[in-house]
Design a binder for this molecule. Structure first.
Ligand code: PMP
Length: 351
C-alpha cells in the first residue's frame, strides 16, 4: 500500500539538465540563450511590484497581441502558457488523451511523459539511419506530434513534408502538433501553413530565442477552434498560468523582435563556425537548424567525453539511449565559450 495514486506510481518523470550554482561553469546543457533578453524587458517589469497584489490577465492579452503582430495572425489564434512544456501538456490533454499518437522515436523526451500522464498511447516511429524523420512511416491514421527542428538531433523537416503530414492527419480528423521551440534558428517554419490547415497547432517558447527561460512563457498558434480546446484544459487546471511579470516581460521581448533576431543571428554565426571547425577536424556534426549541436564524440559511448568536459568546467548533455549514445548535445554559447568548448572537445576526441 502506498499513499500515492496508481497514476503517480506509474509515471516516469522527465529528467531536465542540471542547473549548477557554480557561476564559473560554461553551461551548454539546456539550450538556454547565452545572451540576456531585450533591455525593454527590464523596463517593462520595473515598477510592477505594487500591481502584484492583483491576479494577472487570464488571457495574457498583451502578449497574445504582440505574438499575433509578429507572426501576422489574429490574437484569437494565440494561446499562452507557463513555458511551452505546459502548453504541450495542455495539448496532450486536449487532443491526445485516450488516443493513439504518433511521434518519432528520437524526439523531445517529454512527449512520452505527457502521453503516460494523460493516458495517450505514444507510437514511436524510428528515425532513419541518418536521423531524419521517416515522413511516410509517420502516416498511420493517428494524430502526430513532432519537434521541428527536432531535439536532440538538431535536424529540420521542410515545410513540404509538414504539409504532407498535415494533409494526412486532417483526412483522419486529427491534428498535427509541431513543436517549434527552435524555429528562430531554422531556415523555415510552419506558420505559413496555418492559413491552409485548421488542424495544425504550432507550439513555441520564449526560452530559447528570446532569452527568457527563467520567465517560463510558451505559446501555441493555431485555428480558433484548437485554441478554444487548449483554453478549456487550462481553465480546468490553472486559470492564471502567466503571472504579471512574465506577461510584461514576454510582451516587451516579443515587441523588440529586432533585438531578438540580432541575438539569434549571433548564435547562428557561432553555431556555423563551430560546425565548420569540428568538421574540418574530422568530427561528425549534424546539420543544425537549432541553438545546439549534435556531435558524434565517440564511436560507441560519449559519456566519458561528457565527464571529461565536466571536469574542465563545461556542461553538455548526453542521452544514454541506443543510437544516441555516441553523441553529445552541446548548446550554442557565446563565441568565446564555443571556442573553448571546441578546443577542449577536439583535444579529448583526438586522445
Ligand atoms: N520543446 C522542445 C523541443 C524543447 O527542447 C524544450 C526545452 N527543453 C521545450 C519544448 C520546453 O521549453 P520551455 O518549457 O522552456 O518553453
Amino acid at each position: 500500500m502506498a499513499y500515492a495514486s496508481e497514476l503517480a506510481l506509474k509515471l516516469v518523470p522527465y529528467t531536465a539538465g542540471e542547473q549548477p550554482k557554480d557561476r564559473k561553469i560554461i553551461k551548454l546543457n539546456t539550450n538556454e540563450n547565452p545572451y540576456p533578453p531585450s533591455p525593454e524587458v527590464e523596463k517593462a517589469i520595473a515598477g510592477l511590484v505594487p500591481q502584484l497584489r492583483l491576479y494577472p490577465d487570464m488571457e495574457a492579452t498583451g502578449v497574445r497581441e504582440a505574438i499575433a503582430d509578429y507572426l501576422g495572425l489574429t490574437p484569437d489564434k494565440v494561446f499562452c502558457g507557463n513555458g511551452s512544456d505546459e502548453v504541450l501538456a495542455f495539448a496532450f490533454a486536449a487532443f491526445f488523451a485516450g488516443k493513439q499518437v504518433i511521434s518519432p522515436d528520437i524526439s523531445y523526451s517529454f512527449y512520452p511523459v505527457y502521453a503516460s500522464l494523460f493516458g495517450a498511447k505514444l507510437t514511436q516511429v524510428p528515425l532513419r539511419e541518418d536521423f531524419t524523420v521517416d515522413v511516410a512511416a509517420m502516416q498511420k491514421d493517428h494524430p502526430i506530434v513532432l519537434a521541428n527542428p527536432n531535439a536532440p538531433t538538431s535536424l529540420a523537416l521542410q515545410n513540404s513534408s509538414l504539409r504532407e503530414l498535415a494533409i494526412h492527419t486532417r483526412s483522419h480528423g486529427e491534428i498535427l502538433l509541431v513543436d517549434e521551440a527552435y524555429a528562430e534558428f531554422a531556415r523555415e517554419n510552419a506558420v505559413s501553413l496555418l492559413e491552409e490547415f485548421d488542424n495544425l497547432l504550432i507550439v513555441r517558447t520564449f526560452s530559447k530565442s528570446h532569452g527568457l527561460a527563467g520567465m517560463r512563457v510558451g505559446f501555441a498558434v493555431g485555428s480558433p477552434e484548437l485554441i478554444g480546446y487548449l483554453r478549456r484544459v487550462r481553465d480546468s487546471f490553472n486559470s492564471y498560468p502567466l503571472d504579471r511579470l512574465a506577461q510584461a516581460a514576454a510582451e516587451a521581448a516579443m515587441r523588440d523582435s529586432g533585438y531578438m533576431r540580432k541575438q539569434c543571428e549571433k548564435i547562428i554565426d557561432s553555431r556555423d563556425w563551430a560546425i565548420r571547425k569540428l568538421r574540418e577536424n574530422g568530427v561528425t556534426v549534424l546539420d543544425s537548424q537549432t541553438n545546439f549541436l549534435f556531435v558524434k564524440a565517440d564511436e560507441t559511448d560519449a559519456s566519458g567525453i561528457q565527464k571529461s568536459l565536466r571536469e574542465a568546467g563545461i556542461l553538455v548533455r548526453h542521452f544514454k539511449a541506443g543510437r544516441l549514445n555516441p553523441y553529445l548535445r552541446i548548446s550554442i554559447g557565446t563565441q568565446e565559450e564555443m571556442e573553448q568548448v571546441v578546443d577542449k572537445l577536439l583535444s579529448l576526441i583526438r586522445k
